[in-house]
Ligand binder design. Structure first.
Ligand code: SF4
Length: 439
């Protein structure tokens, strides 16, 4: 079975590092995404520089309109002037025209073609046009579908399921093949590790069966949150697939400084080499990732029910019983095996985020820690946030200009609440619903 392979990047003379090879037998690439406003060229260049120094092999930036397309051009020029040639990816939603413009600038364009146009036939026409521009400019495409953002046309046929995710991507890939365009990466992210792993496995099988070749996979658990939960969920979902040979580039989405995503990604890849046995880790973050890679995939697939952490150590000290239990609770929840805490869904933030997402998310976690079993989403923007919350019970979604909309499921129930009051209102909403449920 053929695994497709190609370069991402527009070659710059004298700088072979301006292109990275993805797919085939090439090493797995680690990537991340800026959370700066792309129009803020200074801040974006500074963040790209920090990511480059941390080892990012691909960097993505939000590109929501023509001003961001121009800013991306400047960012690229500034980075090249500093000797940084890391390929840049434009993240585009909802606007085929922006995708067409930025495909002439970026090394790769990430799109969800399903949201290109309200009418499917128009989206297909624009998609074929975009393929033409990518071919002309040597730009790679990523077809990036998320569980929460499947179109109604597909969910009506297949439900909101891994099967629907696979079918949606296959439709667009068939068009790529008809156009004889193969420089395409695919992703099927979900915040639920079970859904995410199933969707990628289905797509891998379907591509082999129908095309006789496999397009490179970009892996990630979306809206994974931060801290231990973000790292453990990501390590479980990503490593389950990498252990099966599925995956060519990874992004660990964390609601933190995105530079941290690089270290976490590298730790996941390094942990694939671990043999069974007690883990001797240099740091807590290294320990939780290595233990999640060692046991998470088997827990997720119900091949084991528990993990043995005896003899493990962190920074030369034996792992304490409380630390081991706390880790196991988070791991078992990440593997969808035992739910002992609230389930948090939080986007990593990007250039569309207009408030301090990380601090807000930490405060929401602190105030809702007693609500075991409730799924709470904290999302950076009203444009993509509501769609991407997937199956959250409640959502806290930033509107911009210091205001928030609260959701019950997919329904907005309190709009334009001042941010200072929003967490109180969220708690009142959840607790009043829980009281009603008990009646
Ligand atoms: S939901 Fe979060 S990561 Fe996605 S576009 Fe909005 S702010 Fe960016």
């Amino acid at each position: 079975m053929k695994r497709l392979s190609f370069d991402i990047g527009k070659p710059v003379e004298g700088h072979p590092e301006s292109c990275v090879t993805i797919g085939g037998d090439s090493p797995i690439l680690v990537q991340t995404m800026c959370n700066t406003a792309t129009q803020d060229v200074e801040a974006s260049v500074a963040q790209c520089r920090a990511m480059y120094k941390a080892g990012a092999q691909i960097i993505r930036l939000t590109t929501q309109g023509p001003k961001e397309v121009e800013a991306l051009k400047l960012i690229k020029e500034r980075l090249h002037a500093e000797g940084i040639f890391t390929p840049l990816v434009a993240d585009v939603h909802f606007s085929a025209d922006v995708a067409l413009a930025v495909a002439r600038v970026a090394d790769k364009v990430r799109i969800n073609p399903g949201n290109f146009a309200p009418v499917h036939e128009d989206a297909c026409r624009k998609f074929r046009e975009l393929i033409g521009v990518c071919r002309e400019c040597g730009t790679v495409l990523r077809i990036g579908l998320n569980h929460g953002s499947l179109g109604e046309r597909i969910t009506t046929l297949y439900g909101n399921t891994p099967l629907a995710m696979k079918e949606a991507v296959m439709e667009w890939l068939r068009m790529c093949i008809e156009e004889d365009f193969y420089n395409v990466v695919v992703s099927l992210k979900a915040s639920n590790t079970r859904v995410m792993v199933d969707a990628y496995r289905l797509l891998n099988e379907a591509m082999q069966a129908e095309f006789g070749c496999v397009f490179p996979f970009h892996l990630g658990v979306t809206e994974a949150g931060n801290g231990d939960q973000g790292r453990i969920k990501s390590a479980v979902g990503i490593s389950a697939l990498l252990k099966e040979g599925i995956g060519d580039t990874i992004r660990v989405s964390l609601t933190e400084n995105p530079v941290n995503e690089i270290e976490a990604g590298r730790q996941i890849i390094a942990a694939l080499e671990d043999e069974e046995g007690p883990i001797e880790a240099a740091s807590w973050n290294e320990f939780i990732i290595r233990a999640s890679v060692m046991y998470g995939p088997a827990l997720l697939d119900c091949r084991i029910d528990d993990c043995d952490l005896s003899g493990c150590s962190v920074d030369g000290k034996a792992l304490g019983a409380e630390e081991a239990e706390a880790f196991k609770d988070t791991l078992l929840q990440a593997c969808r095996r035992r739910f002992t805490k609230p389930e948090y869904i939080a986007c990593p933030g990007c250039g569309r985020t207009l408030y301090n997402l990380e601090d807000t998310f930490n405060e929401v976690k602190r105030r809702t820690a007693h609500l075991a079993g409730v799924k709470i989403a904290v999302m950076g923007c009203i444009v993509n946030g509501p769609g991407e919350m997937a199956d959250a019970d409640y959502g806290y979604v930033g509107e911009g200009r210091g205001h928030v909309t609260l959701y019950r499921g997919k329904t907005p129930v309190m709009r334009t609440i001042p941010q200072e009051e929003a967490i109180d209102r969220l708690l009142e909403l959840i607790e009043s619903d829980l009281k009603q449920d008990k009646k």
